[in-house]
Design a protein around this ligand. Structure first.
Ligand SMILES: O=c1ccn([C@H]2C[C@H](O)[C@@H](COP(=O)(O)OP(=O)(O)OP(=O)(O)O)O2)c(=O)[nH]1
Length: 146
């Protein structure tokens, strides 16, 4: 599968092509200098035309919190298929739990392609009010936990 990608400039880290099925690492395209307990936005320096019917989901690499104390503020970044203009660069918003300095080019995140709900369902969703009386209660949120 070919995907059109634009790198912001010649110093932007290139994505590594991988075998089918694996998550693809994403590097930050600028240095991070964050103080403890602060929000930090970072440019990833890539823009893409995702294949029709797909979106991308971005999550942190498992080492990112341990090594740098960074938490991805939105938990999962969703790149919509329509986010495909020449200046639609991918970005990430972190919460820094401690003071940290990280150089440009460090791979903090990873992404994978996911079929959009619309392309999977192929029909519109309608919400119809109903008391669900034919179903059995599970006991409420958290009731199966320890
Ligand atoms: O971690 C992220 C999340 C989003 N985006 C880009 C791609 C996405 O298509 C666009 C809009 O994101 P989203 O729909 O999650 O944002 P929103 O909070 O709903 O705001 P908007 O009104 O900009 O859609 O921003 C990123 O680059 N990184």
């Amino acid at each position: 599968m070919q995907i059109k990608i634009k790198y912001k400039n010649s110093a932007t880290a290139k994505l590594k092509e991988i075998e089918q099925g694996d998550w693809i690492d994403l590097a930050i395209d600028e240095d991070i200098q964050a103080t403890a307990q602060s929000k930090v936005s970072v440019d990833l320096g890539i823009a893409m035309q995702l294949p029709k019917g797909y979106e991308a989901h971005i999550v942190p690499r498992s080492s990112t919190y341990n090594k740098y104390g960074l938490i991805l503020g939105n938990s999962t970044g969703i790149i919509d298929n329509s986010y495909n203009g020449p200046e639609d660069y991918w970005g990430a918003k972190f919460f820094a739990t401690e003071s940290v300095e990280i150089p440009k080019g460090t791979r903090l995140l990873q992404f994978r392609l996911v079929k959009t709900q619309k392309s999977e369902l192929k029909e519109n969703i309608h919400f119809v009010e109903n008391n669900l009386e034919e179903n059995t209660n599970r006991g409420g949120f958290g009731s199966t936990g320890n």
